[in-house]
Ligand binder design. Structure first.
Ligand code: FAD
Ligand code: MLT
Ligand code: ZN
Length: 489
C-alpha cells in the first residue's frame, strides 16, 4: 500500500484482548514446552529492560525456542494472531533495540537456547553456528581450531551471534577485518510469516541474484529472525603486540595511527583512542586496574599489532614506530605489554569505559563516525559545542579511532541530577550530530538506530533512501510485526 507521502507503508500489529492473549500463550507453550516460556514478572524482568536502564517495557511472555522448527511455529502463530514480536539476543543493545514497548502487547523471542556450534571447517575457514551462541563462545570455538573470529567487543561474553549480525556490530578489529557484515557467508532466517529461509551456504563466491543475507544484517530484527549463520574465519595470529601510549593531543593520536599504518597496515589489528576523562573514570570505578604509565595524561592510544608469521619483526617495528614518535613529541610515554596478562590488563582499561561511565551516573551516548582524518576536528568542535550548550558537561570521548568511530559520550555536570541531564538527551545528541554532519559523518556507526534514534532517520536518510527502506519493510513484513518502533520512524 502507498501512503500520501509516496512511501510504502505497513499495517499495525493488533492489540489482543486479555482472553485472546491468554489463549495465544497456551498455544505458544504447546510449541516450546514449559521450559521455553516465561510469563512471571520476576522471570521476564531481565528481558524488558535494556543494559543502560533507559527503557522499561512490558511483555505477556518471553518465548525461548530450542530450534528453528519451534521458532518458525512460534512466528507463524504470532503472525496469524497479528501480534508483534521482539527478537532478543544478549540484550546488550546501546539503543534499546531489544526491549518490548510499554504497551504490554509484544512477545519477546529470546534466542538464548539456540546456542549450538553446528560445524567448523578449518580448511574452508568457516564456522556454522546458531544465533543464540555468545560471541565469546564463537571466538573460543574458532581459537580451538587454530583460527580467529576477528570480531571483538566489550560485551562479547553476553552478546549473541544473532544480535551481532542484526546490529552489524563493529568493535575493535574493524580497522583490519571490517564489520560483522563482512564476516557473513550464509544465513538462516525465519521470515515474518514463519517461512524458513535456509541460506547457510559457505561459498566465497555466489552471484545468484539479490544478496538476501545482507538485508537481514543490520536490520535490527525488523525484517526477520536470524537463527543461524556461516561466518568467515581468519588465520590465527602467531604474534601479538599491545602498547598503551599517553599523548599530548588527538592530532598526535592520528599521526601515530598513520605511522603504524605506514609501518604495516595489515598488522594493525586495533587502534583505540581514549580521553583522560574516560581513563580517570575507569581508574576510579573499576577495581584492580592501574595505569602502566608514569603519570596520567589528557589523551591515550591503545595499539594492537598482529602477524601470522613468527619472527616477522613485529616487536622491532612497534618499538621503532614508538621511539620515532617519542622523539617527535607525539608520544609522552608508552608501555609495551610483556605477557598475555599485561595485554589483557591494558585492554581492560579500554573495555571498562562503558561500565565505568554507567557507575559514574547518567550518560548520553553518541556512537558517531567521521572520515578518520577528521577525528581530531570532531572531538575539538563537538567538545566546544557541548560545553557551550551545558557548562560543566563532561566529555568522555573514546573508541575505534582506526575506523573513524568515536563514542562521543557525555556525562552530566557533577552538580546535575541524572534525570535532569537525560531529559535533555535529544538536545545534546543534536548538538554533537550537527558537527558530525558538517564533517560528512554518520549519527550511528555501530550500535544501530534501535528505539533511541529513529527520530533522526528522516533528516539523515530521508527521500529515496528511507522510502526504499520502507518498501523493503513492507515487502518482507507487511503486517509490521517484526520489532515495531525500531529503526524506522
Ligand atoms: P540485543 O541487544 O539482544 O539485540 C540488538 C538488536 O538486534 C535488537 O534490535 C534485536 O531485536 C535484534 N536481534 C537480536 N537477536 C536477533 C536475531 N537472532 N535475529 C534478528 N534480530 C535480532 N557494539 C558494537 O558494535 N561495538 C562495540 O564495541 C560494542 N561495545 C559494547 C560494550 C558494552 C559494554 C555493551 C553493553 C555494548 C556494546 N556494544 C557494542 C553494543 C552491543 O553489544 C551490540 O550492539 C551487540 O551486537 C548486540 O548483541 P546482542 O546479542 O546483545 O543483541
Ligand atoms: C565500546 O566500544 O566500548 C562501546 O561500543 C561504547 C559505548 O559505551 O558507547
Ligand atoms: Zn564501540
Amino acid at each position: 500500500m502507498v501512503d500520501a507521502g509516496g512511501t510504502t507503508g505497513t499495517a499495525n500489529p493488533r492489540t489482543l484482548s486479555p482472553a485472546a492473549m491468554t489463549e495465544l500463550i497456551v498455544q505458544l507453550q504447546a510449541i516450546v514446552g514449559p521450559r521455553g516460556l516465561l510469563t512471571e514478572a520476576a522471570d521476564t524482568a531481565p528481558y524488558v529492560e535494556d543494559w543502560r536502564g533507559l527503557y522499561h517495557g512490558r511483555t505477556p511472555a518471553v518465548v525461548r525456542p530450542i530450534d528453528t522448527h519451534q521458532l518458525a511455529n512460534v512466528v507463524r502463530l504470532c503472525a496469524a494472531a497479528g501480534v508483534a514480536m521482539v527478537p532478543q539476543g544478549g540484550n546488550t543493545s546501546m539503543v534499546g533495540g531489544a526491549v518490548p514497548s510499554e504497551n504490554g502487547g509484544q512477545i519477546v523471542i529470546s534466542l538464548a537456547r539456540m546456542n549450538r556450534i553446528l560445524a567448523l571447517d578449518a580448511v574452508d575457514m568457516t564456522l556454522t553456528i546458531e544465533a543464540g551462541a555468545t560471541l565469546k563462545s564463537a571466538q573460543d570455538a574458532a581459537a580451538e581450531a587454530g583460527c580467529l573470529l576477528p570480531l571483538s567487543i566489550g560485551s562479547e561474553g553476553t552478546a549473541q551471534i544473532g544480535g551481532i549480525l542484526a546490529t552489524n556490530a563493529g568493535g575493535n578489529n574493524t580497522v583490519r577485518y571490517g564489520n560483522a557484515r563482512d564476516m557473513v557467508l550464509g544465513l538462516e532466517v525465519v521470515m515474518a510469516d514463519g517461512q524458513v529461509w535456509n541460506g547457510l551456504r559457505r561459498l566465497r563466491k555466489d552471484n545468484t541474484g539479490y544478496c538476501l543475507r545482507q538485508l537481514f544484517v543490520g536490520a535490527e530484527g525488523t525484517l526477520g529472525i536470524i537463527t543461524a549463520a556461516v561466518l568467515k574465519l581468519a588465520p590465527r595470529p602467531a604474534e601479538t603486540e599491545v602498547a598503551l601510549c599517553s599523548l599530548p593531543s588527538v592530532e598526535a593520536a592520528l599521526d601515530l595511527f598513520t605511522r603504524f599504518q605506514r609501518f604495516d597496515a595489515a598488522a594493525v589489528q586495533a587502534f583505540e583512542y581514549m580521553s583522560g576523562t574516560g581513563m580517570a573514570l575507569v581508574l576510579k570505578h573499576i577495581p584492580g586496574v592501574s595505569l602502566p604509565l608514569r603519570q596520567p595524561a589528557a589523551h591515550y592510544a591503545l595499539v594492537e599489532l598482529a602477524s601470522t608469521r613468527v619472527g616477522g619483526g613485529l616487536r622491532e617495528g612497534l618499538e621503532t614506530v614508538l621511539s620515532e614518535a617519542l622523539d617527535a613529541d607525539l608520544v609522552i610515554d608508552a608501555a609495551v605489554a610483556e605477557s598475555e596478562a599485561q595485554r589483557a590488563a591494558i585492554w581492560k582499561l579500554r573495555e571498562e569505559h562503558s561500565e565505568s561511565q554507567k557507575r559514574e551516573g547518567a550518560s548520553v551516548k553518541n556512537d558517531v563516525s567521521v572520515p578518520v582524518s577528521r577525528v581530531p576536528e570532531l572531538i575539538r568542535r563537538a567538545s566546544k559545542a557541548c560545553e557551550n550548550l551545558m557548562p560543566g558537561i563532561r566529555v568522555v570521548a573514546f573508541g575505534h579511532m582506526g575506523d573513524g568511530n568515536i563514542h562521543f559520550n557525555l556525562e552530566q555536570p557533577v552538580t546535575m541530577e541524572a534525570a535532569a541531564f537525560l531529559a535533555r538527551d535529544h538536545e545534546i545528541m543534536d548538538t554533537v550530530c550537527a558537527v558530525v554532519r558538517d564533517l560528512d559523518g554518520s549519527f550511528s556507526a555501530e550500535h544501530g538506530v534501535g528505539r533511541l534514534k529513529p527520530y533522526m532517520m528522516p533528516d539523515w536518510r530521508g527521500g529515496a533512501e528511507l522510502d526504499t527502506m520502507r518498501r523493503i519493510k513492507a515487502a518482507l513484513d507487511p503486517m509490521g510485526l517484526m520489532n515495531p518502533g525500531k529503526v524506522l520512524p
